[in-house]
Design a protein around this ligand. Structure first.
Ligand code: ADP
Ligand code: MG
Length: 618
């Protein structure tokens, strides 16, 4: 027998490794910008075409590379930045794994031009899919230019997987902003499709913030500064007026490296308590400096998480610092200035300003039929379904309309008359539930069998999507008798914080604390007593989908929620409930399919039935 184990060819190994480092154009931007910074550049230009799908180029005036180094830089684990294991714990450069260029070159067509100051002539290297195409001496300015063309040209699956240009551009701009914020002493320019997006001259941090976010930030920044033996903090927080509903202008840097940290975010948020309009998040760009031995940087290149060995103290110092800064400008708002006392400063207050006003709707009767109450405002598009639905008992529509008017008394009957044309009413129609799984009903064409779980998924999906797109509409939440505690780790919390608004719009009433979520109310559609389970599995699923695209789309959130909360098999339905379900299904955007594309129903037509019997239709 022959041996079967072989070493992977380098190009393939690089391509596999690239999957980790290079997820999208923005990851290339991050790696290239960081390399330029590590190279001591004082001017960096980023040039993008087609959201980075066609071209990502970074030009710097840094130290450049010798001819040998230029070639070496594309080898995996080739780095000039660490030599020993101890170095790993004292990392002060942005990169250190020596993986980025090798990974990028494995999945793109790369042209590098580089020259050191001491050299008269520079080096040009062209490498495509890990394959060296050419290496030449050329004239070029001091520094390095790396052009990455046609990302994923040789991995079509990944290329197809890229999001739309606006989304990829947004990710690129986010990376650019993070780097540009952290290095105000370096001048940055960014062009997209030949258009200048940013021109940021070198300057102070405040100027950089104004350069990135706009002139109205000039008056809105409050400086923060604190020096303790453990931790130094400097940077700016925004006055409450700068706070926005959309998130994305919250920046923590630890030793100049951008991080996300839900727990520390919470520390800042507690300081703004009662100062912000509902659901607003303040601007902040805070730089924490701490001895590297007190932190554990996740060495995964794409992760922005970090662990501190003494998180609570850091929370306390940060909170006290922000509080003090805010107090300095907010004295008119009876804001008590806390003395800087660690023991005192660390009061893990449970409220965050992400609380929203909860107006209890009169929905406390948690009997089963309230479970069915969804409050559609959209005009039903039932008419498209006339042909298939011809013959369904009109009572269903009445129940549906009745429930709708229960919830929205002011806007009743105008729609109800044209929901189901008269000629289709057939008082004879019977429906029944088969083994508590399927709804069987008679229509003109034959026998319709509907999957109750999938049908309900479609109904809920429409409903949730509508809520998300219309910012929650009137936001109906069903208050729980007892709040439910759902413990969450910081990573999950961070994810949830990113989509707090969306979850709120769905009808959840909750609060995030450093320990997790406290749930006060849920969308009225959720099956009673399964709230915790549903929320937990919803978060779990979100996490998985969030790894692929950082911000889950409204469609995705609605789909996951619908999947989680749809009526289970084995649930017995009364005939009124069946009618409501059917009415809502046929009023939905696509009654035939669940949000995941599974058929919700099958029709056994009369002809088919006839064929089964010798008699046929005669
Ligand atoms: P890392 O940054 O982790 O060391 P990279 O693959 O990003 O790994 O880069 C490999 C090496 O190439 C770096 O260590 C550095 O020596 C060199 N290099 C990359 N980009 C530049 C640049 N813009 N200017 C100078 N040297 C660079
Ligand atoms: Mg690097």
């Amino acid at each position: 027998m022959q041996d079967v184990i072989r070493l992977l060819p380098d190009s393939l190994a690089n391509q596999i490794a690239a999957g980790e480092v290079v997820q999208r154009p923005a990851s290339v931007v991050k790696e290239l910008l960081e390399n330029s910074i590590d190279a001591g550049a004082s001017q960096i230009q980023l040039i993008i075409k087609d959201a980075g799908k066609t071209l990502i180029q970074v030009i710097d005036d840094g130290i450049g590379m010798s001819e040998t180094d230029a070639r070496m830089s594309f080898e995996r684990h080739a780095t000039s930045k660490i030599r020993t294991q101890e170095d790993l714990f004292r990392i002060m450069t942005m990169g250190f794994r020596g993986e980025a260029l090798a990974s990028i070159a494995a999945v793109a067509q790369v042209e590098m031009r580089t020259r050191r100051e001491i050299d008269d002539i520079g080096t040009q290297i062209i490498i495509e899919g890990s394959e060296l195409k050419s290496q030449n001496k050329i004239n070029c300015p001091k520094g390095t230019s790396i052009a990455v063309k046609n990302l994923f040209f040789n991995v079509p699956a990944r290329r197809n997987f890229l999001k739309s240009n606006p989304i990829e551009t947004k990710h690129i701009i986010e990376e650019f902003q993070r780097v540009a914020l952290a290095f105000p002493e370096i001048s940055f320019k960014m062009y997209h499709n030949e258009e200048e997006i940013y021109n940021l001259p070198k300057g102070k941090l405040a100027q950089r913030i104004v350069g990135i976010f706009g002139k109205n930030y000039r008056e809105g920044l409050i400086p923060c500064q604190e020096d303790t033996p453990l931790l130094k903090i400097k940077g700016y927080i925004g006055k409450p007026e700068l706070a926005k509903k959309t998130r994305g202008e919250q920046f923590f840097f630890v030793n100049n490296r951008f991080i996300k940290h839900a727990y520390l975010h919470h520390a800042v948020m507690t300081c703004y308590q009662d100062l912000l309009p509902k659901e607003h998040t303040p601007f902040y760009a805070l730089f924490l400096e701490i001895e590297p031995q007190h932190i554990d940087i996740n060495v995964h290149p794409t992760k922005t998480e970090i662990k501190f060995d003494d998180e609570k103290t850091i929370y306390a110092i940060l909170q006290a610092t922000v509080r003090k800064a805010l107090a300095s400008v907010q004295n008119n708002l009876d804001f008590e200035e806390k003395s800087f006392d660690l023991a005192d400063a660390y009061t893990p207050t449970s409220k965050t300003s992400q609380d929203f006003s909860y107006k209890p709707q009169n929905l406390s009767n948690q009997n089963f039929s309230s479970f069915w109450k969804t409050n559609y405002r959209e005009k039903s598009n039932l008419r498209n379904w006339e042909s298939i639905f011809a013959g369904l008992k009109s009572q269903a529509i009445q129940v549906f309309e009745q429930e709708k008017s229960d919830l929205f008394p002011q806007e009743t009957s105008t729609e109800s008359t044209n929901t189901l044309p008269k000629e289709y009413e057939n008082p004879e129609t019977k429906t029944f539930q088969l083994h508590q799984r399927y709804i069987v009903t008679q229509i003109k064409a034959g026998l319709l069998i509907i999957d109750q779980h999938l049908a309900h998924q479609r109904i809920l999906y429409d409903r949730f999507l509508q809520l998300l797109q219309n910012q929650g509409l009137g936001r109906v939440s069903q208050q729980l008798l007892f709040p439910i505690q759902i413990p969450l780790n910081p990573a999950d919390l961070a994810l949830l914080q990113d989509i707090t608004q969306e979850i709120t719009h769905l009808g959840f009433n909750f609060e995030l604390t450093p320990e997790g979520m406290i749930l006060y109310g849920t969308p009225p559609q959720l099956p009673h007593e399964q709230e915790k389970e549903i929320v937990e599995s919803f978060i779990e699923q979100l996490k998985h989908s969030a790894e692929i695209s950082l911000i889950p789309s409204h469609e995705k959130i609605a789909r996951l929620m619908a999947q989680r909360s749809a009526l289970r098999y084995g649930t017995k339905l009364s005939s009124a409930e069946i009618q409501t379900l059917l009415a809502q299904l046929f009023a939905s955007s696509n009654p035939n399919y669940s949000p995941n594309g599974e058929p919700t129903m099958i029709l056994i037509d009369m002809v088919k039935i006839g064929e089964w019997f010798a008699s046929g239709l005669h």
